[in-house]
Design a protein. Structure first.
Length: 255
């Protein structure tokens, strides 16, 4: 079931989204060679504490997970696509990092992700991140009243495939609102004109993921959470929570 949000609810979701954006900005600013992933998690925790928000990530345990998620950010480095658990690993020059985080405030949730390089960036990593961001922008651009979920999926997939990148099958965006994960699912590849029609008041977390090697294969790491590319190539992830409105898509997690 998809809940249509009122305009007042969308405003409340924007407040949760501001906290998410602030957390991601703080993490990115703090990220540097020698900084541990656990330190980045603590940076995000402090932003949530100061805002009076809680984390929908911390303690989250979907059916596939062997244990509840132990952090407020997912920190995925290099060949990790998504769901990386923050550890004592210290960032190295040239690392490609994806940070995904969320916040719950006033009964509403926000969810967003960014990818960036630490230290000296490899040109191929810059292109990978730029493509993820372009795919996100294309998906948001298709998130208009009267379109369908398939139009968002097609827009994202077209950008990724034309760049020669892989797309991990079975992972994509989702509805968002009172909970971090709601209906409907939002694939990162699909046929236009298919799926649920978009209506004013829908809220979606749109999140393209791209695999630099061009293949779609991935596997689950021993921690039961992290997804890694099968070919060892690097990956990037970008995400925003977006409200569908008669005035056009509204990004709720803008930084």
């Amino acid at each position: 079931m998809v809940e249509l949000k009122t305009d007042t609810s969308i405003e409340a979701m924007r407040e949760a989204g501001r906290v998410v954006g602030d957390a991601l900005s703080a993490v990115r600013e703090h990220a540097a060679v020698g900084v541990s992933l656990l330190e980045l998690d603590e940076v995000a925790r402090e932003v949530l504490r100061e805002a009076g928000a809680t984390s929908p990530f911390l303690g989250y345990r979907p059916s596939f997970a062997p244990a509840p998620f132990p952090a407020v950010i997912c920190a995925s480095v290099n060949d990790a696509i998504v769901h990386g658990i923050p550890t004592t690993y210290r960032l190295r020059d040239g690392d490609l990092v994806s940070i995904d985080t969320g916040a719950e405030l006033g009964g509403w949730a926000g969810d967003s992700a960014i990818s960036f390089t630490v230290g000296r960036a490899r040109p191929e990593d810059v292109r990978l991140v730029e493509t993820a961001e372009r795919a996100l922008a294309a998906g948001i651009g298709a998130a208009v009243v009267g379109n369908r979920i398939g139009d968002i999926a097609h827009a994202i997939g077209t950008v990724c495939r034309e760049a020669g990148y892989g797309i991990p099958e079975g992972f994509g965006g989702h509805g968002i609102g009172r909970r971090m994960h709601e209906d409907p699912s939002v694939p990162n590849e699909g046929r236009p004109g298919r799926g649920m029609r978009l209506r004013h008041g829908m809220a979606l977390a749109i999140e393209p993921m791209v695999i630099g090697g061009g293949g779609d294969g991935y596997h689950e790491a021993p921690d039961g959470w992290t997804l890694r590319t099968n070919d060892g190539s690097r990956a990037a992830h970008a995400e925003h929570s977006v409200a569908i409105t008669e005035a056009g898509p509204r990004v709720l997690t803008a930084r």
